[in-house]
Design a protein around this ligand. Sequence first.
Ligand code: A3P
Length: 345
Amino acid sequence: MLFKQQALLRQKLFVLGSLAIGSLLYLVARVGSLDRLQPLCPIDGRFGPRGQDEIPLRALQFKRGLLHEFRKGNATKEQIRLHNLVQQLPKAIIIGVRKGGTRALLEMLNLHPAVVKASQEIHFFDNDENYAKGIEWYRKKMPFSYSHQITIEKSPAYFITEEVPERIYKMNSSIKLLIIVREPTTRAISDYTQVLEGKERKNKTYYKFEKLAIDPNTCEVNTKYKAVRTSIYTKHLERWLKYFPIEQFHIVDGDRLITEPLPELQLVEKFLNLPPRISQYNLYFNATRGFYCLRFNIVFNKCLAGSKGRIHPEVDTSVITKLRKFFHPFNQKFYQITGRTFNWP
Ligand code: A3P
């Protein structure tokens, strides 16, 4: 009798255990493949061959091995052919601004199943030596992707380099251009902090921000200081507008991307004609980092490297006020040209 009851109990436990494991496996598989279950809209009206939309894009990307090997150029011709993978020139470029949040923007856009990022800054258009290598060299630097995906690269030096607009125009006059900006004084201090950290790493000393930003002879803002010049957004944008109409640019609010990334990303999806696929599920606030981090699926999430989100040195308030006053008229012009207004002081 006792033996019979024990056998019955074991049987029940076995059935319950199997059910629990089965449900768990189903849940993992379902969440991990959410992206591929949602139909992908074609980009620029281009459809991949029938059935290609069902390729488990995100799942494939996170099978770590395969696409990683493709990106390193280690894929066999057979693998590339089998998956119809191609290295495409970018359809959109994050051209700047340095310290505006360019890395966060690229990584967040890469959450979208139809976007593939070029991981490294390629510096093709701003570096004469690279540019001389030709467009095929540039294309070969791009990650492998499915033909209906779009490739995006970011090189913030493009925004401030004289030759770049013409060079990009020659490659693709209808390319979409993303510019992420932050309040100009904060951006300049962030820029300074990055350089300072580099000097400290090499055990070198460096000037205080105040000394670089203010000309000691005139007590005026030092416009020769690169961190200041880069923050005069309108001056740089005007050079770009000689080649591209304003409609080809989208301005991203880098300060809002820090505090409230989703609405900013949704605006970019719209600008790129992508179906809205990035959701709150993909972004979670990490209190330790003090920033939003990225969630690709139930098993894979990541925060940006520690070099993003540095603590800025304290800067004399009179210098901050002077800089803000200096940038004010340029900011007004920037709002006027772009049609996007910020609450910058
Ligand atoms: P700070 O280091 O000044 O805080 P870039 O990638 O263009 O170099 O920009 C770096 C800036 O991105 C950082 O500047 C940080 O504030 C900002 N940023 C925006 N979103 C972020 C995120 N989710 N994680 C880390 N940094 C982020």
